[in-house]
Design a protein around this ligand. Sequence first.
Ligand code: AOF
Ligand code: ZN
Length: 347
Amino acid sequence: MSADERYMSRCLLLAAKALGKVAPNPMVGAVLVHDGRIISEGYHRKFGGAHAEVDCLDAVADADRHLIPSSTLYVSLEPCTHHGKTPPCTDRIIRERIPEVVVSCRDPFPQVDGKGLEQLRDAGVIVRFGALESQAEWLNRRFFTFHRKKRPYVILKWAQTADGMIAGPGKERASISNPMSSLKVHWWREAEQAIMVGTDTVGQDDPMLTVRSGRSGVDPVRVVIDRYLRLPLTRRIFHPGASVVVFNTLREDHAGHLRYCRVDDEKDLLPAILDRMYGLNLQSVLVEGGVVLLESFLRLDAWDEIRRITATDKRIPGGYPGPLLPEGLKGDAAMIEKDKIEIFTHE
Ligand code: AOF
Ligand code: ZN
């Protein structure tokens, strides 16, 4: 690993501390290096808060401030040029007279998208680009997919038995994953902006869809599809605790923590729902079932990751089968006790 890559991997590690805390903004980390010594570090900690570059520059010790004009700034995303909730980072870099900036990947946000690099170069800053670019893009895959595909990053998740069943014969809820992999699911929830289920799942399983991992994070928005608003509001998903978006074909309004979003009554509501979720700035969604909903995402080919838990020690003869995986997928697998956790990413 080159020195640039080492400093950039530190930026990525810092950035990743913000998982689940800054969306729909990207996770970004920065380090300031003088003569082989890291004199400051920072990251984008909170949505609406200081960007990584500013967090890093603000943290330089008084005794080291005079070193800034002879240091190199490493940042895991192209510095911004726009006035958003905070002023442009490029202005700050130029004002601090930082002579050299190493950037990992471009910011696809239309108001930035290359202009950050250009502005720095125009001001005479040496800009080196591309250190650990693919790792940086992977870290912010939700952000990139959201801007490039104009829809949320979609993660399909289900748990099945060794014989491929996800529920009992009459679709009744079955306990499939072990407690440790269930905890992992709560971590997964915490990292996404939305969790989604179909009507049947709310009817049959009555899930809460809250995060109960014990870590502090922003609770994701609970998203449910209820075409004709037939689900009773006594279902646990509608309880207070986190906001709820109800996609339906009848009403468009707010009622406390419930937001009703009307879409046209087409056979397949999914394309319109994904569009609306983009409009609502929901950058990522964990789809937790049921099979009908998971299969419609697969059919539409509108998915980015599949996370499948297989309890290798459990079987439900005559049970209700889970979705079929698309052919030719490649993925990673790991075991949590007897549960196999597979993660497949879309080509
Ligand atoms: C950076 N450094 O650490 C981050 C950047 O509303 P604002 O002002 O927070 O701006 C949000 C946008 O800024 C976001 O969509 C992305 O384009 C960029 N994020 N840029 O230079 C950072 N988090
Ligand atoms: Zn910025």
